[in-house]
Design a binder for this molecule. Structure first.
Ligand code: HXC
Length: 510
């Protein structure tokens, strides 16, 4: 009996070593942790339960039967993050470069099926040389099976991908279909075709880092949501993100203890908006002052900075925030900001996370670049996302809300439940100068007359009261009371029940 127990321990010990000490050392030398070290950091101490530790591949080509490492290059299982269930897979680069075989794929599918069935997030730690070359199409089929599960799980359980090494070719499409992608600076990359193929086909010379590194994907392509300095930081941030999210679409987000008075007044907000309507101010200041304990988890910080997206808590409950940022492009909506915000709004709606929208938007960004790039279709994504969202929606207009952008940004007309405006709000078809130039074109040579017309237009429209008279704004509120008003509004909406008519699925303008 003792021998058998010892055998189990020995087998476990061998499996835990993956590709062996030499390869683990090589992994460390690259500044990367091993697959198991990553899981240990990600999950609560001692909470990891492993599946399929002894699974081995079944390939007999290229002499592969002589090398059948236990676990087959991926560690899978479940555990907890701050006491809440999550499923995890962590590719082990020390075993055949973390390459995906038929059995490696099947291990990932098993935990994804469990996650969907039991209603808990899937976290994938990716570090892989791609399809296991020796297995050919069996490996491609394994990817296909994972893709199918990514799609099935989408909107059912949160899916988070962390790219911690290579992720190339068709392999990128699994993370691409998950809700959030984090990358580690300098040690991870994602691309469909690598630098060598790029050079051959287009004659462009580019490094792997330039083509698909963490900075490229968080600043240029927006494929990734955040970039971190190293494995440890990335994993800690995944833990922080999971704390904001519900386990599945069958649950509401967790309620955390809070120590911040929901009725807290912030007198400094009364002077946040400058006297000159063309002077920018930092919308993040408002977000931080609204949030419980000033805790804001920003998503896509480095991309389309003219719109801010992320999570806060109010009375301990998660709220998704979308806010125009007057500091960048005057807070205009454009292709990138519309896409960024639309995806965020849809994530929140899928997982019953209420939406807070903070508006200071002078309109859509003009230009051929925008029109040729399809700003009509991309802007429609945000409009569509807000209109179809059935979660509680609270909107605060701080300053400009002009034209189509006013309607898009969670206006009353898009089904928002509470629409507040600060006294500094200007809700109009356009700014006063532009309006006068169109309405009184014949008087444009006369500066005095034009000035008087601008004043007249400003007096009539550069305020929240015309909209308030029509009931499009529910209340004009003191800026300092915004946290209290918004927290009370969301509290009153906790039992909101709204559903759109049945359809197979919608046809959002993709
Ligand atoms: C089998 C692989 C492998 C693979 C790496 N290895 N990739 N084994 N299939 N795809 C093995 C290596 O033979 C080596 O084994 C070990 O992993 C480490 O690899 P190295 O090359 O020594 O590491 P490094 O120098 O860090 O380079 C990593 C790498 C390189 C850039 C990922 O290994 C590489 O280019 N691999 C091939 C990538 C590729 O073309 N994959 C297929 C892409 S197509 P030993 O025994 O020496 O330690 C694809 C399609 C997916 O993935 C489609 C989905 C639909």
């Amino acid at each position: 009996m003792k021998d058998i127990l010892q055998q189990l321990e020995d087998r476990r010990q061998t499996a835990r070593l993956g590709g062996g000490p030499r390869r683990i050392e090589a992994q460390h030398a690259k500044g990367k942790l091993s697959a198991r070290e990553r899981i240990e950091l990600l999950l609560d101490e001692g909470s990891f339960e492993e599946f399929d530790m002894f699974v081995a591949h079944r390939c007999i080509d290229f002499g592969m039967q002589a090398d059948r490492p236990a676990g087959d290059g991926v560690v899978t299982g479940w555990g907890t993050i701050n006491g809440r269930l999550v499923y995890v897979f962590s590719q082990d680069f020390t075993v055949m470069g973390g390459s995906v075989s038929e059995t490696h794929g099947a291990k990932i599918c098993k935990i994804m099926d469990m996650a969907i069935q039991n209603g808990a997030p899937v976290i994938g730690l990716n570090d892989s040389g791609g399809a296991r070359i020796q297995e050919g199409v069996a490996s491609l089929a394994a990817y296909g099976d994972v893709f199918q599960r990514n799609i099935t799980a989408s909107g059912v359980v949160p899916q988070i991908s962390v790219i911690m090494g290579p992720c190339a070719g068709g392999a990128v499409y699994s993370p691409a279909m998950t809700d959030f992608i984090f990358m580690v600076k300098d040690s991870s990359y994602m691309f469909v075709t690598g630098p060598d193929v790029v050079k051959t086909v287009t004659n462009e010379v580019v490094t792997a880092e330039e083509l698909g590194g963490a900075l490229t994907h968080t600043r240029k392509s927006s494929v990734a949501d955040a970039a971190f300095e190293n494995d440890v930081e990335a994993l800690i941030e995944v833990r922080r993100l999971v704390d904001f999210l519900p386990l599945s679409n069958r649950e509401t987000p967790p309620v955390r203890p809070f120590f911040d008075d929901p009725a807290r007044l912030e007198p400094s907000l009364d002077t946040l908006v400058p006297d000159n309507p063309n002077t920018p101010y930092d919308m993040k200041e408002l977000i931080l002052k609204l949030a419980d304990e000033g805790d804001f988890y920003e998503i896509q910080t480095e991309f389309a900075k003219n719109i801010i997206t992320g999570f806060i808590r109010l009375e301990g409950r998660t709220v998704g925030v979308v806010a125009n940022q007057p500091m960048v492009l005057a807070g205009c909506l454009d292709i990138d900001s519309s896409r960024k915000a639309a995806r965020f709004v849809r994530f929140c709606d899928a997982f019953e996370i209420p939406l807070l929208t903070l508006v200071d938007v002078p309109g859509f960004l003009p230009g051929t670049g925008q029109e040729y790039g399809g700003v009509i279709k991309h802007g429609a994504k945000l409009l569509y996302a807000y209109g179809e969202a059935t979660v509680p929606k609270v909107t605060v207009i701080t300053r400009k809300a002009y034209g189509g952008a006013y309607v898009v940004m969670a206006s009353k007309h898009m089904g928002a439940d509470f629409n507040y405006a600060w006294p500094t709000a200007e809700i109009a078809v356009m700014g006063s100068k532009g309006a006068v130039e169109i309405l009184y074109r014949s008087e444009l040579g006369d500066a005095e007359k034009t000035g008087a017309r601008i004043n007249e237009y400003e007096e009539r429209f550069a305020n929240p009261f015309v909209a308030a008279e029509k009931g499009f704004i529910d209340e004009v509120i003191m800026p300092q009371s915004t946290r209290k008003r918004v927290a009370r509004a969301f509290a009153s909406l906790r039992n909101k029940k709204l559903s759109n008519p049945w359809k197979k699925h919608d046809n959002i303008p993709l």
